[in-house]
Design a protein around this ligand. Structure first.
Ligand code: ZN
Length: 481
């Protein structure tokens, strides 16, 4: 059989810089032997002294790992493609760092396990992991990876610690409210393990900076909370050939997987396009149980450690769904989509795109102040304007489209009809009467206003910034959430 080997970058100096080599053989073993006969220096990189394949070398026939086939005895067909995948931060030409006496003692519960051992611990020290987002998922990821002795931890975030973060973002503490999450994270990490080098990127991840930031790290961990950044992280990882440890959370449910386009599907193979803006509520709107990001983020940290030490069965090609209320894990098989626009056979995305546009995100900066003042085509109202008009005793109906639990926390009065039941309950409102709609931030009420206008309501205005803006501008004593 004539088969093609794909040669990984670190080995190419032994194949005269060729990235592919054609050989003949009936089985994987025969093909490997003919490859190493052709390029003899490769032998010692691929095989141990006892003639077995080295532990950090994985061999794939087309998309299948030979460990799950018949290993070296796996038969070959004409035109099969064999990939040699060395584990990251391991082996070839990478001299593993030494561990000091203090480090050996610190990591002794790792070092005494044969699956980790001195070599595994050195691999962790040699490895670099980039965590995107120092929030709910990023917290356990940073804490556990720092404790475990990852050599370099990069963190991308541009937010400051807010009191509403503390219910789940255990990297940050009460005294750090108002400080940058990066400063808070760095301090906490160095308290846990001073051997870890942290690299902080105080920026939003964008199409302009993503490739530069991601390229220096072995493993990327996606702890983002919005679709635009998720697609950006995915595409950058595919283009750079980096593994992307994915996690997402909402209310009581979480998802985890490993997207590694070199050996399995990517995020776009799973979700080719994002949901329309507003369809899937954010954690800020829908809430999230505090422990949930702890569980999902910890699984992400675990997956990163398995990848680095080359142990266990990776989550590539598997999506794990966690339901905290039922306490169940379900697993779905994921397939690589041959038509995937970024990792498929004929990719249309060859460089990073505009992800805000791709996800249909509109700028929230469109202030109402610039809008024409004519009452008839006004679609928004600021808290200040509304307050003034109510104080003048103007006859305006007010509609809260949040959920009853939110209405219970705080309200500015008016009728409560949650957005989800507005279509059915519209008849409870007078379409001739001027109506101001509000929610927490102005997003859901924007949709509600649109819905009402389409249904023939004469004058509907959305309260800009929602009750959050009202609390900030009009009523500082109001409870916020
Ligand atoms: Zn894909």
């Amino acid at each position: 059989m004539e088969v093609k080997f794909l040669i990984p970058t670190p080995f190419r100096k032994h194949t005269g810089n060729s990235d592919t080599v054609i050989v003949h053989g009936q089985t994987v073993e025969e093909a490997l032997i003919s490859l190493t006969e052709k390029y003899s220096p490769l032998y010692r990189h691929l095989f141990s002294d006892d003639g077995t394949l080295r532990g950090f070398i994985n061999v794939y026939i087309n998309d299948n790992d030979i460990r799950y086939l018949e290993q070296g005895r796996t038969g070959l067909k004409d035109a099969d493609v064999i990939s040699i995948i060395p584990s990251i931060a391991g082996g070839i030409d990478v001299r593993l760092p030494d561990l000091s006496q203090e480090e050996i003692l610190r990591y002794s519960r790792h070092v005494i396990m044969p699956e980790v051992g001195m070599e595994g611990q050195k691999k962790l020290k040699a490895a670099s992991v980039l965590v995107i987002g120092a929030g709910g998922l990023g917290s356990p990821v940073c804490l556990y990876l720092a404790a475990a002795g990852i050599g370099k931890l990069g963190i991308v975030d541009f937010d400051v610690v807010d009191v509403t973060n503390l219910q789940r973002q255990i990297l940050h503490s009460t005294e750090n409210i108002g400080r940058s999450k990066l400063d808070s994270a760095r301090e906490r990490i160095s308290e846990i393990n001073p051997h870890v080098e942290t690299k902080a990127f105080n920026t939003m991840l964008t199409s302009k900076n993503a490739m530069d930031i991601l390229c220096d790290f072995d493993v990327i961990i996606d702890g983002t909370d919005n679709f635009a950044t998720r697609y950006l992280v995915n595409d950058a990882c595919v283009l750079l050939g980096k593994p992307n440890v994915y996690g997402s959370i909402f209310r009581f449910e979480g998802q985890v997987s490993l997207f590694d386009a070199k050996r399995g599907p990517c995020y776009r193979c799973l979700y080719p396009s994002p949901p329309p803006p507003g369809l899937v509520p954010s954690c800020a709107e829908g809430g999230v149980l505090g422990v949930l990001p702890g569980i999902i983020g910890t699984l992400q940290a675990l997956e990163a450690m398995k990848l680095i030490t080359g142990q266990g069965e990776s989550l590539a090609g598997r999506l794990v769904l966690f339901d905290a209320l039922a306490l169940t894990f379900r697993e779905l098989k994921l397939k690589k989509n041959p038509n995937c626009p970024v990792c498929g056979e004929h990719p249309s995305i060859r460089e990073l795109i505009d992800y805000e546009e791709f996800c249909g995100v509109q700028s929230h900066q469109a202030g109402s102040a610039q809008k024409p003042a004519g009452r008839d085509n006004k679609t928004e109202i600021t808290p200040k304007e509304l307050k003034e008009r109510l104080d003048r005793g103007e006859d305006i109906a007010i509609l809260d489209v949040r959920e009853p639990v939110e209405h219970e926390i705080c309200s500015i009065g008016g009728k409560l009809i949650p957005l989800g039941s507005l279509r059915q309950r519209m008849n409870e409102l007078d379409p001739e009467h001027e109506l101001v709609v509000y929610c927490k931030t102005g997003r859901r009420s924007g949709q509600a206003a649109e819905l009402l206008r389409k249904a023939g309501f004469k004058q509907v205005e959305n309260l800009v910034g929602g009750i959050t803006a009202w609390a900030a501008d009009i009523d500082p004593k109001m409870a916020r959430y």
